[in-house]
Ligand binder design. Structure first.
Ligand code: HEC
Length: 110
């Protein structure tokens, strides 16, 4: 009986230590996963930009001709919703088309 109690206690101790080690590494794992997801998103966005937007806004967002630049301080600090709506819905009666699938475009929420 005492032997089983000792074994059970030992197993519990191992479990507690293993959980503590796993929990300690979780923050690093999360940070790495977020960084990798961000790199993936930025890469995908760059490809979409080059394929669809650069023809008017320039390869570096500098704006071509009458098309406004996108690498401006105003847009850099614009809030997410405003940017999303401009790109999704476009600007009425200008060459800036609606890009979201819901608006007849080709891009998804992603
Ligand atoms: C056919 C040319 C053309 C293409 C392609 C194009 N745009 Fe535009 N875009 C414009 C024009 C012109 C405007 C300015 C509209 C206006 O007068 O308000 C504009 C405006 C914008 C604005 C608002 C700029 C501001 O200062 O208010 C954003 C953001 C934008 N475009 C993003 C994009 C993105 C992202 C893509 C690709 C998915 C894209 N555009 C593709 C022509 C284009």
């Amino acid at each position: 009986m005492r032997r089983y109690l000792g074994l059970g206690f030992g197993a519990l101790l191992i479990l507690i230590i293993a959980l503590a080690v796993y929990g300690g590494r979780e923050e690093t794992r999360l940070a790495q996963a977020q960084a990798s997801l961000r790199a993936q998103s930025v890469g995908d966005a760059a490809a979409i930009y080059v394929e669809n937007c650069a023809v008017c806004h320039g390869a570096e967002g500098e704006g071509l001709g009458a098309t406004p630049p996108l690498n401006s301080e105003g847009l850099r600090t614009a809030d997410y919703d405003t940017l999303f709506k401009v790109i999704a819905r476009g600007r009425y009666a200008t060459p800036m088309a609606a890009w979201h699938q819901d608006e007849g475009g080709i891009l998804t929420d992603y």
